[in-house]
Design a protein around this ligand. Structure first.
Ligand SMILES: Nc1nc2c(ncn2[C@@H]2O[C@H](COP(=O)(O)OP(=O)(O)OP(=O)(O)O)[C@@H](O)[C@H]2O)c(=O)[nH]1
Ligand SMILES: [Mg+2]
Length: 453
């Protein structure tokens, strides 16, 4: 049905081995033409999932000694005949083998084309395909585990069962359109309302969890903010376990933003250290402070570092008022306090007694961040969690359509109006797994993959 495609599955450069991946109906023929197995008798048995030693030739010229893995349709990643050629790890060697396969009829694969074929051949759905790329890009253990759960089909099962619920209800309504008997209808409206409410509950549950899923996948843009000299850069360095930012006791040391990522309690924090906020006459410092205010606007989490032995400044109060929910107050330099008591009022907000110098407060900070991300313990990493913006926005549309359907029932709307709402819900939820998806969306998703995947 499709061309036979080839690509390097490993990154360019000198390494111990390179792997080239060949997939399609002509893959077997191309390999027969180019590969000379050491054990011909074993090779001829066409046993699946075998690794075969031999030489790779173009015409009569030996290009390399290789291992060829054989994964025959339909039991391969793409669902087609797939051969993986393990050659020596020079780019030149790998390129020669690639060119030879192209001369024998293969076409160079597009980014994500192997995964796209796996999707089109029913080997995985869109949630699983997106999980492949998420797994490759994951930077924390939790992000990798989330992607693995999605790849294993956990999330897909939940979505499919939601889809079936909506589909059944729609069938029920369409039967109502075909056989509009009044007393049957009045009986069924209640039942219908119950079914839709159930689907709505499942949708809500998934959307609640998706907040956590998105953070586990993408991390949290976390801005460290506060007055000059309070210990912001010291905090950044301590979280990173390296002297990334300059720290001095001179106020106004940090002028420009410093961006670094780190995993805290399995959650990726995309940290931004900023210039200390104050009234400044210095032009460079003022420009830095402008950037700090700007960074706050896009922050998903704000670490407001305040000084334990001093009252809050007007700017700090403003930040609390403007960004309340997103803020964690870090009361630094508690080592300077004479008594154990901290005399500050944070308008009943939670604050963490901290001393970067004495390494106090880090555990509490981690607990606080984890509790925010996991919504207390309402969400678990083992839950099937939606995580990509595409999946979430499709489910939000499903949520709106289901609410609309419930409203239509309440208003006593005719069956066909209800059926429009439910069809919209069905289409949206189907988009998540790819049961109903447009070619342009597929292009968009798979073009984000690397070549060879
Ligand atoms: N006593 C004490 N000193 C600290 C603590 N944390 C940081 N410091 C000191 O406070 C001073 C300022 O630290 P920085 O990390 O540069 O402060 P900053 O908030 O980044 O300052 P600017 O970049 O000027 O805005 C340095 O001398 C640090 O060693 C702490 O917990 N206790
Ligand atoms: Mg600093």
């Amino acid at each position: 049905m499709y061309d036979t495609i080839i690509a390097m599955a490993t990154a360019m450069g000198e390494t111990s081995i390179h792997i080239l991946r060949l997939s399609g109906s002509k893959a077997g023929t191309i390999i027969e033409e180019c590969f000379e197995p050491q054990n011909r008798e074993r090779w001829s048995r066409r046993d699946n999932f075998t690794l075969n030693l031999g030489v790779f030739k173009d015409e009569l010229r030996v290009l390399d000694e290789v291992l060829v893995g054989r994964m025959l349709a339909p039991f391969s990643y793409t669902g087609e005949d797939v051969y993986e050629i393990n050659c020596h790890g020079g780019t030149f060697v790998a390129q020669r083998i690639l060119q030879a396969c192209i001369r024998h009829g293969a076409k160079l694969a597009e980014p994500g084309e192997f995964s796209k074929r796996a999707f089109l051949n029913g080997k995985m759905d869109l949630v699983q395909a997106e999980a492949v790329i998420d797994l490759i890009c994951s930077r924390t253990e939790t992000a990798a585990n989330l992607a693995l759960t999605q790849l294993g089909g956990g999330l897909s099962e939940t979505i499919v069962s939601l889809r079936e619920k909506i589909l059944e209800t729609l069938a029920f309504i369409e039967a109502g359109i075909d056989f509009p008997e009044d007393d049957v209808e009045s009986l069924d409206r209640e039942n219908l309302s119950h079914r839709i409410s159930e689907a709505l509950l499942d949708t809500r549950h998934l959307l609640e969890g998706s907040k956590t899923g998105k953070i586990l996948r993408d991390g949290l843009l976390t801005v460290i903010v506060g007055r000059p000299n309070v210990g912001k850069s010291s905090l950044l360095n301590a979280l990173l376990h390296e002297e990334r930012a300059i720290v001095t006791d001179i106020p106004g040391t940090t002028r420009d933003e410093i961006r670094e990522s780190v995993s805290v309690g399995g959650i990726l924090l995309k940290l931004v250290d900023t210039a200390g906020i104050c009234e400044s006459q210095d032009l460079v410092e003022r420009l830095g402070i402008e950037r700090t205010w700007k960074a706050l606007q896009t922050a998903e989490l704000i670490l407001l570092v305040v000084q334990a032995n001093q009252p809050l400044t007007k700017d700090e109060c403003n930040i609390l008022d403007m960004y309340g929910e997103k803020v964690i107050i870090i009361t630094n330099k508690i080592d300077l306090l004479e008594s154990k008591e901290v005399f500050l009022e944070y308008k009943d907000r939670k604050w963490i007694p901290f001393s970067v110098l004495q390494h106090r407060g880090f555990e509490e900070l981690e607990i606080e961040i984890r509790s925010r991300v996991y919504q207390g313990e309402a969400v678990l990493t083992s839950d099937p969690l939606l995580s990509s913006v595409r999946q979430i926005s499709a489910l939000e549309r499903c949520d709106t359509a289901l609410k609309q359907a419930l409203e239509s029932i309440k208003l006593g709307m005719p069956w066909d109006i209800l059926s429009i709402d439910l069809r919209e819900a069905l289409n949206s939820v189907s988009e998540v797994t790819g049961h109903n998806v447009q070619e342009s969306l597929l292009e968009d998703i798979f073009s984000r993959f690397c070549i060879g995947k």
